[in-house]
Design a protein around this ligand. Structure first.
Ligand SMILES: [Fe+2]
Ligand SMILES: [Fe+2]
Length: 176
């Protein structure tokens, strides 16, 4: 299909890069961060086509929006609110991203900043000024929304299912 061919041409260099492939080692929403980034990139690309936005910029920034190693729970620099800047810096160092792509990556956690602004006791040690994370372009909003939708899908499909299986096995063990 023409649209898939175009998507592959835009993303193949990053998707096959040795450093980017290392994201496969990082677990994320019950799956791994490599698959998560690819999903966000592809959903963003399709959404950009529908909304007549810059599909190349969202495909690249979608791929690199979570371009960091480790867990958001364990490291100050890659916390929920700081990993967008870390990812943007890593992406700038390793790939030739433009200013717009850098800005899209930096603001992709606006959904989380908004929720935290409304319910401040979520992850209460991190303080947030939501407007600092507000995307400055249509493309930024697209990647932010795609990240949220893909994350919900992944948690329901992989994480909840995995934990449900564990509880089920635990219950079976109790019964017999
Ligand atoms: Fe993120
Ligand atoms: Fe993400």
């Amino acid at each position: 299909m023409k649209i898939n061919k175009e998507y592959k041409e835009i993303t193949s260099e990053i998707v096959n890069d040795a450093k980017f492939l290392e994201l496969k080692d990082d677990s994320h929403h019950g799956s791994n961060r490599y698959e998560h980034c690819k999903r966000v990139s592809y959903v963003s690309f399709l959404m950009a086509k529908l909304l007549k936005a810059n599909s190349k910029d969202v495909a690249i920034s979608g791929l690199l929006h979570d371009y960091f190693h480790g867990s958001t729970n364990s490291n100050e620099d890659i916390s929920y609110l700081k990993h967008p800047v870390t990812s943007a810096n890593n992406a700038k160092n390793d790939f030739n991203i433009n200013k717009e792509e850098e800005e899209i990556i930096r603001t992709h956690m606006y959904h989380y900043a908004l929720v935290k602004h409304i319910i401040p006791f979520i992850n209460h040690r991190e303080k947030v000024i939501a407007k600092d994370y507000k995307p400055t372009s249509k493309e930024g909003h697209i990647v932010c929304i795609s990240d949220l939708l893909v994350s919900i899908f992944e948690v329901l499909k992989y994480k909840v299912r995995y934990e449900t299986c564990l509880y089920f096995i635990f219950l079976i063990n109790l019964m017999f």
